[in-house]
Design a protein. Structure first.
Length: 336
């Protein structure tokens, strides 16, 4: 095959496979068989190996795992990745609201599920995924881009009217069904079972071979956006926009995200999910309450490590209970 022909064939196969991926994963309406899909993917893979100059970093071949990462590079976050201060009672939520209202007056809050997974920062330039970095110490994290590309719910290319530069933040996790499937396969092979979805997600993202990560079937939800030209001053609206660009985000219809301008509304959301969380498809360990207006967020600002415009409410059972009941000593005998 000649050079121009190879370039055109790679472009055509990539576009076709992207569309099949979208039909399969987003629309659940595939139009070709798995076998026909694999056949085309193999052809693309072979062509990319022969003509590496035409291989895009966001090619469909990267979904099943690209080159091995020998060592994850440490990179600085453009915007620091903050953590949230925790609350455990209605009184603490009321205190948070009172503190906010003292400065801002009555304002809108957004309530979201607090996903129990691994935080990730995804950088997009001109709608193309360029980097995926772990939280690390909040200032810098590990570049795990090749592994991130295998997570199907993370778009490699955005659709629609997206900002030129975007940082999307969210949580990588296992849906419970997928986690159970992994453990069932391990049980069948007589392998030790994975302890819980969160730690398994963390461990999976540290694999050096993206092909191993692809096989695990991780998932992702986006809950924060950073950038200079985001579409709205409302966090809630930006999350809706992120959905239209192809991200998986907290679902309005299933009330994974909601708004209120008072403590009663916030507590109603919390109480609902405290009871209903066991029926969810994924683990959550609380609810996050955020001031919706980004102007107000900026005015409220930050404390040392966490924003003053948001707080996490942690569910009771998920609080770490470590109680030392006593210490017993065993004195061993020394053998002579
Ligand atoms: S917002 C500045 N929203 O909880 C706000 N975090 O310490 C940044 N998390 O590291 C976080 N679900 O990994 C936010 N709906 C959600 C979340 C969420 C889970 C995690 C996140 C963060 C930690 C808070």
């Amino acid at each position: 095959m000649e050079r121009p022909e190879a370039q055109a064939r790679i472009a055509a196969l990539s576009a076709e496979l992207e569309e099949h991926n979208r039909r399969y994963y987003d629309l659940a309406a595939p139009v070709i068989s798995d076998q026909a899909f694999d056949f085309r993917l193999k052809e693309l893979d072979a062509l990319e190996k022969e003509w590496p100059e035409f291989a895009s970093p966001n090619s469909p071949t990267q979904r099943v795992g690209g080159a091995i990462t020998k060592q994850f590079e440490t990179v600085a976050h453009r915007y620091p990745m903050l953590s949230l201060s925790n609350s455990y009672s209605r009184d603490e939520v009321a205190e948070f609201v009172a503190r906010v209202e003292k400065e801002m007056g009555r304002t809108q809050y957004v309530m979201e599920l607090k996903y129990d997974g691994v935080a990730i920062s995804l950088s997009y330039r001109n709608g193309e995924l360029v980097r995926g970095v772990t939280r690390g110490d909040g200032e810098k994290g590990d570049d795990i881009t090749a592994n991130v590309r295998t997570v199907r719910s993370i778009p490699l290319k955005l659709r629609g009217d997206f900002p030129t530069e975007l940082e999307a933040r969210g949580e990588i996790l296992f849906m419970r069904a997928q986690f159970d499937k992994l453990n069932a396969a391990r049980a069948k092979n007589g392998e030790e079972l994975y302890a819980n979805p969160r730690n398994t997600a963390a461990g999976s993202l540290k694999q050096q071979d993206p092909k191993d990560v692809a096989k695990r079937g991780l998932d992702n939800f986006i809950y924060a956006l950073q950038g200079e030209d985001l579409p709205s001053r409302s966090h809630f609206e930006n999350i809706q926009a992120a959905r239209s660009w192809g991200f998986k985000t907290p679902d309005v219809d299933r009330r994974f995200i909601d708004r209120s301008d008072n403590v009663e509304g916030i507590m109603a959301f919390i109480d609902h999910w405290d009871k209903a969380r066991h029926a969810l498809e994924m683990d959550i360990d609380g609810i996050v309450i955020k001031v919706d207006d980004r102007n107000a967020q900026e005015e409220l600002g930050l404390t040392a490590k966490s924003p003053r415009w948001a707080i996490a409410y942690k569910f009771q059972a998920e609080q770490a209970v470590t109680r030392l009941n006593g210490v017993s000593y065993q004195v061993g005998r020394t053998e002579r």
